[in-house]
Design a protein around this ligand. Structure first.
Ligand SMILES: Cc1cc2nc3c(=O)[nH]c(=O)nc-3n(C[C@H](O)[C@H](O)[C@H](O)COP(=O)(O)OP(=O)(O)OC[C@H]3O[C@@H](n4cnc5c(N)ncnc54)[C@H](O)[C@@H]3O)c2cc1C
Length: 304
């Protein structure tokens, strides 16, 4: 386990990914690996290795917007929630006034496990690329400017926020969407319209809405079409834009990460390429670990 180093390039020989080069306080160094799992979210490693990928998102869509989240402390959330619940018209009126002043002021304060802390997962800024350093920098500045603006407005207008202060901002900028691998399998909206089953399933994703079936996530959406010994887990998986809105969510990223870890370990143990590891073996190990792999074992819990 190594923190405080940045993966800058893959080591690739004849289409085999053999590790990653890092930059750090110690300078540049490489780690060789029998299997590399790209969990950068942005597919930095598979893109550098020459894998095909998609990045055809609509930057104005909510699913592609960037922002740095923040929290206010010293809030009286009970007073705020009572105000919203007991006087919904006054709350709406206040928000309308805020909208006249600046659209960002209407960002909603979310509750947290702490009565004195409010969370803001907005404002979401559109038209920026998560792969552009200039854009990322601008979004950091805009997020912080807006955070201070929202604090001033909430302190002077919103019951419960009179004595609030900025508790913290997120450890890193929030990216929802950038690169998606072109894998040997690709989840697309059609899968949701069918029955959602997949014999190569490594885990589940709830339907896009209650009208759609729970989807079984195929192992192949982490396996590149050409490169060897590389997997892409997390939000940089292989899927279409519609499916990405659901598959990028945190529980699905856990499913993909666990599936990739199991597949990588089996590939090393069995001396196989990741694409050649038998899906039955991956599924058996996942079940052994207590994972719910198919819809048929929903609710049965860990199996021994
Ligand atoms: C503001 C916001 C709110 C959200 N709210 C929810 C929610 O309520 N519920 C939900 O389920 N989902 C939510 N999501 C979506 C979800 O959080 C993400 O899609 C998910 O966390 C993605 O996980 P990941 O591990 O694939 O990628 P990331 O969480 O992006 O993690 C990638 C990690 O890799 C690191 N990294 C990147 N490049 C490199 C490199 N070259 N070298 C070294 N390290 C690198 C990054 O620093 C980061 O730590 C939200 C997303 C955002 C942005």
């Amino acid at each position: 386990m190594l923190f405080h180093c940045w993966a800058v390039a893959p080591l690739v020989t004849d289409g085999n990914v053999e590790g990653v080069i890092f930059e750090s306080k110690e300078g540049r160094f490489a780690l060789q690996a029998k299997v590399t799992v790209d969990c950068t979210g942005d597919g930095d490693i598979f893109a550098g290795a020459g894998a095909e990928f998609e990045s055809d998102f609509d930057s104005s869509s909510a699913h592609a917007r960037l922002n740095t989240c923040f929290r206010f402390g010293n809030v009286d959330m009970r007073r705020f929630l009572d105000f919203r619940m007991i006087y919904p018209d006054k709350y709406r009126e206040l928000m309308n006034e805020a909208r006249q002043e600046d659209e960002w002021l209407t960002n909603t304060a979310f509750v947290t496990p702490y009565d004195s802390v409010a969370l803001f997962v907005t404002p979401k800024f559109s038209g920026y690329s998560a792969l552009s350093v200039a854009d990322l920098t601008e979004v950091e500045f805009r997020s912080r400017d807006t955070m201070r603006q929202i604090l001033a407005w909430y302190r002077s207008h919103m019951p419960g926020f009179e004595r609030a202060w900025i508790l913290d901002s997120a450890a890193q900028i929030g990216t929802r969407h950038s690169r998606r691998l072109t894998g040997v399998a690709r989840v697309d909206a059609g899968a949701w319209r069918n029955d959602g089953s997949d014999s190569a399933s490594i885990g589940l994703c709830p339907g896009l809405s209650t009208k759609f079936p729970t989807l079984e996530i195929p192992y192949g959406c982490m396996v590149p079409q050409q490169l060897e010994n590389l997997l892409a887990a997390g939000r940089n998986l292989s899927c279409d834009i519609t499916s990405h809105a659901a598959l990028r969510e945190i529980p699905e990223c856990w499913v993909l990460g666990q599936g990739a870890g199991v597949a990588a370990a089996l590939a090393v143990r069995q001396k196989l390429r990741v694409r050649d590891v038998a899906i039955e073996g991956i599924q058996a190990e996942l079940r052994q670990q207590g994972a719910i792999v198919e819809r048929t074992n929903l609710g049965t819990g860990p199996q021994n």
